[in-house]
Design a protein around this ligand. Structure first.
Ligand SMILES: Nc1ncnc2c1ncn2[C@@H]1O[C@H](COP(=O)(O)OP(=O)(O)OP(=O)(O)O)[C@@H](O)[C@H]1O
Ligand SMILES: [Mg+2]
Length: 389
């Protein structure tokens, strides 16, 4: 799949921008702070129906603006369609309300998830290896929300149950409600949490060999392993055949007193994590800079492969400022792997300077980002590739 048109309205630095995108590699050059990441964020926000960078859509609106929007024309095997995400701040409540449209008709967010898919790789992804559990959980959420409608639905319901249950735990702690009242929310937490755990466990088991193969291709000889660590407190191990519902019930029962004392749900998939092992050792502690980068790239390659094997459509690939850190050989090798072997139809690559990939990789167009404006560059040396529809 690929986008042929993109329009932005009050999205961060972009007051109003409209641009044509081409199949193949779209290179976006610009100095620091000129809107490169914001452009990729806008595309991801449309695909994910929320920003991969901030919790609230309101943060994506240009400063002081009560609304924002991203619209695109999508070309895929299922046909062509217009997609639009708009959000407005309610005057009465200050809440941001989003509306999604496909072909002009209002649709539920979950109907859009999976219709338009992206794989994003940006500098923050390096935290996947060295950072706390948060970026690893976010990776699982972003991937699985797009790949599995069952997951997308369960994750939304789980979050809602978690919020209600946390509010109720506060009331129980303050003597305003009884522990028995937690019952229905505990049941909801287990019901939806079980699906979240099942899907995460399955995803990690499936991508593990794929990521391991990818890292070898990138040139890293150590064996890569991914081990799921469900947020079940002491008994973090969840044996392969074990029933997650059962494990979650037991963990909740065990931690009831602590939950009430802290007014917090202390176990559940919101505490999940996974361990990355390289050559049998925790990558978090031992991986070098280059190895961390290779791990993240391998995870992204596995993500693209997973999209391909489930549904056959290739996601849009968004590479934010990640090429500059790779040597020339790995840089072109990566893009070739992605565009040839994985048949990614469209890639957006941002960089502060010419990443010198033109020799081996056909670049369809070069755009310049400057102060919230995007213009096509007619730069000598850049050959315009044929349209590969
Ligand atoms: N909500 C917002 N409204 C208006 N401008 C914003 C908003 N959020 C961020 N900005 C500004 O947008 C500008 C562009 O940010 P962006 O992250 O897209 O830059 P970039 O081109 O990726 O830069 P770098 O090369 O440093 O990564 C920054 O100057 C930032 O301060
Ligand atoms: Mg940036």
């Amino acid at each position: 799949m690929y986008l042929s048109q993109l329009r932005l309205l009050c999205f961060r630095i972009y007051q109003e921008a409209s641009l044509e995108l081409l199949p193949g590699v779209n290179l976006v050059l610009g100095q620091n702070g000129q809107g490169k990441t914001s452009l990729l964020e806008a595309i991801s926000t449309l695909a994910l129906t929320r920003s991969p960078r901030s919790g609230s859509l309101g943060e994506c609106a240009s400063w002081g603006e009560p609304r924002m929007g991203v619209a695109a024309h999508l070309v895929s095997r299922l046909g062509e369609t217009d997609l639009e995400l708009r959000a407005e701040r309610q005057e009465s409540s200050e809440r941001w309300v989003r509306k999604l449209r496909q072909g002009g008709d209002l649709i539920q967010p979950r109907r859009l998830l999976g219709r338009f898919r992206v794989v994003l790789f940006w500098p923050e992804d390096l935290l996947l290896v060295k950072g706390g559990p948060e970026p690893r959980r976010r990776l699982l959420d972003v991937v699985l929300s797009q790949l599995s409608p069952r997951y997308a639905e369960a994750a939304i319901r789980y979050r809602r149950a978690l919020e209600h249950r946390t509010a109720l735990l506060r009331r129980v702690r303050d003597g305003l409600a009884t522990p028995a009242e937690l019952g229905p929310w505990t049941e909801a937490l287990v019901e939806h949490g079980t699906i979240v755990i099942q899907e995460r466990r399955r995803y990690l088991a499936t991508v593990q060999p794929v990521a391991a193969e990818a890292i070898t291709k990138i040139g890293e000889p150590s064996e890569l392993q991914l081990q799921y660590r469900p947020g079940l407190g002491r008994s973090q191990e969840l044996d392969e055949g074990a029933d997650p519902a059962d494990a979650l019930w037991r963990a909740l029962a065990r931690t009831r007193a602590e939950e009430i004392a802290r007014a917090q749900c202390v176990v559940g998939p919101h505490r999940d994590d996974f361990e990355v092992l390289l050559g049998g050792r925790p990558a978090r502690q031992f991986a070098s800079q280059g190895q961390q980068r290779s791990v993240v790239l391998a995870l992204k390659v596995a993500e693209v492969r997973q999209h391909l094997s489930l549904g056959g459509e290739t996601p849009l690939l968004l590479l934010d400022d990640v090429l500059s850190e790779l040597d020339q050989e790995r840089r072109t090798g990566l893009i070739q792997l992605l565009s040839e072997e994985l048949a990614v139809e469209q890639t957006l690559i941002t960089s502060t300077e010419d990443p010198q990939i033109g020799g081996e990789v056909a670049v369809s167009q070069v755009l310049q980002a400057r102060g919230g404006r995007l213009t096509r560059m007619a730069q000598p040396g850049w050959e315009l590739a044929e349209w590969k529809a």
